[in-house]
Design a binder for this molecule. Structure first.
Ligand code: SF4
Ligand code: ZN
Length: 142
């Protein structure tokens, strides 16, 4: 299922009024497609950016405000990602470990290495939670 986050960004992209129009008419509005088409058309700077998987090139509107080039807030985003990304990864790993520990302690049967991971990431188990589970199993066996 495709889920769109709808928010007001500019009169030119107005799709309707959530209070008076049906959700169906808003989602199927002809302007929706035109707006979504702007997303993948990223400038070279974004395509080779180390933070692309986090930023996705920013917002098409603020790219337009910046003359159709790189996102207006690009430098701010980079500062934020440089500061927070590793910290967030660390936090995420700690959270993942805490949750997986409950499964390990209960003797849960984890999937095969090439099967989808238990966490819902859509990655193979071996490329996602398996290393964390193995580490936990080692720690808990001592
Ligand atoms: S941080 Fe800047 S260069 Fe990188 S993807 Fe975002 S807008 Fe593009
Ligand atoms: Zn996982």
């Amino acid at each position: 299922m495709l889920i769109h986050v709808i928010f007001f960004i500019h009169e030119d992209y107005k799709l309707g009024n959530i209070g008076t129009d049906s959700l169906e008419s808003i989602i199927n509005h002809e302007r929706m497609g035109a707006f979504l088409e702007k997303k993948p058309a990223l400038p070279e700077q974004c395509q080779s950016c180390e933070f692309l998987s986090l930023c996705h090139g920013g917002c098409p509107r603020t790219r337009e405000d910046n003359g159709g080039g790189v996102e207006y807030f690009c430098e701010s985003y980079k500062q934020l990602y440089r500061y927070a990304h590793k910290r967030m990864e660390k936090l995420s790993l700690a959270f993942k470990k805490r949750e997986l520990e409950k499964f390990v302690l209960k003797g849960f049967k984890f999937p095969g290495r090439n099967e989808p991971c238990v966490c819902g990431s859509n990655k193979k188990y071996k490329r996602c939670c398996e290393p964390v589970v193995k580490e936990l199993q080692m720690e808990l066996s001592y």
